[in-house]
Design a protein around this ligand. Structure first.
Ligand code: ATP
Ligand code: MG
Length: 599
């Protein structure tokens, strides 16, 4: 594909997709190079924003601030901001706050944080912030509505909601014209102003576009564009008691912001004819310039073991099923952040799943794989005992002259680092914590770890030989006994001439730290917990969180919140963003070392 000279070349060559092809063709043909920016007849949100390169693409991410963003939104964010970045354009962050009742400042702040954290920015090259609120366009939208009325393209309908529903028809049946459809523009204007002035109660009337009640596309059967809602709005307060419908507001917002490619999910495909109809009418009236934005649809992300409906996620929060929007099991961006996912891993995931128009499900393991790939080379290693069992080296005092003697040990923090790795230091003493599963009194076939008479290496330390164990009255093993094995030639411990089949992880009793470790797993037991009318609440995984008190090696004393590690053999962990403190360590499991779920 030829890349026009006037945009930045993507750093790495990304696989093409239908949106990239459209954008590349538009850039090559100069589709958006017409002078729409300077002197746009509408209230172009950019006026006064300085020089704007007309050859730039402009995309937008338009969340409604009625909840926290989730992994599906991450796909849309990476797509819109990613395309703008790759083609030298700009992506706007726009709050689609046309619904006065459900929107809150907390969600606005959460969305801003999430987009920034994912690594994206909404500034123009000249530093102008492209952060917009749909509610800032209410004046323009109102004028646009009056224009449509004056031009005969809209009317005030006073049928009841039931009448309107009945008269809309359905797929096989054309609609029926409203008795109010042929009011004169003057009558409509007067009535619309009464709606605006609070003379009518909620639901008494709506403003409808006047298109075609017989259209095969039901969205074109005179869709409602303004409704009465006596409600306070988080931004405009009590200034308005009529609010624009989303389908009317959205194209207007795009046009005012000079968006070139308005990318949305496939549910909006049937709305596209109205999107174009509306912008064509407004352009005829000189309210906006041409060429106007174009809408393109892609398939939303469906991720297994996850629900991505804000309403359902809110239910989990409101009913205490999870600890909050940022519970590490939530597929929200704040939840994934707290779980330990990195912005790079989420971006890589969105890149990998690609953009298509086909309905499909993505395996949750794909997201975990992206995290592993990101952290494999970056996350320092550490040894921990998650299910600790004490082991005593009974000949320690004899070999080293004192029961309290400590032998310094070390291992590389990043064993695969190209330019050498920093060392982690820890010490071996008479007592260590091992993993309970690393000892068997009667070994199963093929077992290579500790059992009486067998030798293993304590990783980064010495070879030891198991001699037995101690038990409590109930028969539970309370301690494993072993001896340090001196080298056969030199007689000193630790030399490599003793060959063993296994090395086990361990933490010194003398210098290990106590830590709370939260072992998270999938929130649902079903891969598609809310598909096909299933009750997602009946499919919660009872084992989605197990909290253990563990011992961890002393190098973790420096861990700061959000530092990530690979706990050897167990997977990737992060110091909890909220609860971790060096004096009271708390680690969350992000994911295991390999995809073992359901096996
Ligand atoms: P929900 O249905 O969960 O409330 P929404 O789509 O109504 O989500 P918005 O705030 O309107 O939430 O979404 C903002 C943008 O994110 C929209 O452009 C929407 O298309 C996109 N989006 C939402 N969910 C997904 C998803 N699962 N995959 C891809 N994009 C999504
Ligand atoms: Mg929506």
């Amino acid at each position: 594909m030829s890349t026009p000279a006037h945009h930045d070349t993507p750093e790495s060559v990304k696989p093409s997709n239908f949106l990239r092809q459209i954008i590349e063709a538009d850039l090559a043909q100069g589709t958006h190079a017409a002078n729409r920016w300077a002197g746009s007849p509408g209230d172009c949100a950019h006026q006064g924003a300085g020089a704007i390169d007309p050859a730039r693409i402009r995309t937008r991410f338009p969340p409604e601030p009625n909840g926290y963003l989730h992994v599906g939104h991450a796909k849309s964010i990476c797509l819109n901001f990613g395309l703008a970045r790759d083609y030298g354009g700009v992506c706007h962050l726009r709050f689609d706050d046309t619904n006065p009742e459900k929107e809150e400042q907390e969600y606005v702040d959460g969305i801003i944080d999430a987009v920034h954290w994912l690594g994206f920015d909404w500034r123009d090259p000249d530093g102008h912030e492209n952060l917009y609120y749909a509610s800032n366009y209410f004046d323009f939208m109102y004028r646009a509505a009056e224009y449509l009325i004056e031009a005969g393209h809209a009317y005030v309908d006073e049928q009841t909601a039931e009448e309107m529903r009945a008269n809309r028809g359905d797929f096989g049946k054309p609609g029926v014209d409203s008795p109010y459809r042929n009011r004169t523009p003057a009558e409509n204007l007067a009535r619309f102003r009464e709606m605006r002035d609070g003379k009518l109660p909620d639901g008494a009337a709506v403003l409808r576009a006047r298109i075609d009640m017989a259209s095969p596309n039901i969205n074109l059967r005179d869709p409602a564009i303004y409704r009465i809602k006596h409600a306070e709005h988080h931004n405009t307060g009590n200034q308005w008691c009529i609010y624009p419908m989303y389908t009317f507001a959205h194209p207007v917002e795009d046009a005012l912001e000079c968006i070139t490619h308005s990318i949305c999910t496939l549910e909006f495909e049937d709305q596209r004819p109205f999107y174009d109809w509306l912008l064509d009418r407004l352009a005829e009236g000189g309210l906006i310039a041409k060429p106007h934005p174009r809408q393109y649809e892609f398939a939303r992300l469906n991720l297994t073991y996850v629900v991505t409906s804000k309403r359902k996620l809110k239910h989990l929060v409101d009913n205490g099923i999870v600890s909050g929007w940022d519970d590490p099991r939530m597929p929200t961006i704040v939840g994934m952040r707290r779980r330990g996912y990195t912005p790079a891993s989420i971006q890589a995931f969105c890149e990998r799943i690609g953009v298509t128009k086909d309905y499909s499900w993505i395996d949750y393991g794909t997201l975990e794989g992206c995290l592993r790939e990101d952290l494999e080379a970056k996350a320092p290693r550490a040894m921990v005992a998650l299910d600790p069992l004490k082991l005593e080296l009974t000949n320690w005092a004899e070999v080293f002259g004192s029961a309290d003697h400590l032998e310094p040990c070390s291992l590389p923090a990043l064993p695969h680092a190209q330019e050498g790795s920093p060392e982690r230091h820890f010490s071996l003493g008479r007592e260590v914590w091992i993993e309970r599963e690393d000892f068997e009194e009667v070994p199963p076939k093929g077992y290579k770890r500790l059992f009486p008479g067998n030798k293993v290496r304590l990783k980064g330390g010495y070879v030891i030989e198991c001699t037995g164990c101690e038990k409590d009255a109930a028969g539970t093993i309370t301690k494993v006994l072993a001896t340090v094995v001196p080298d056969t030639k030199s007689g000193t411990p630790g030399a490599d001439s003793v060959k063993v089949k296994a090395a086990i992880t361990w933490v010194g009793v003398a210098d290990g730290l106590t830590a709370e470790v939260r072992l998270y797993d999938r929130l649902f037991t079903d891969a598609q917990p809310d598909a096909g009318g299933k009750d997602f609440l009946a499919l919660l995984n009872p084992d989605s969180l197990k909290v253990v008190t563990a011992y961890v090696e002393p190098s973790l004393a420096q861990a700061q919140p959000e530092d990530r590690f690979q706990f050897e053999r167990f997977g990737y962990f992060v110091a909890d963003r909220k609860d971790h403190a060096p004096a009271k360590p708390v680690f969350n499991r992000i994911t295991g070392l390999k995809d073992s779920w359901g096996k």
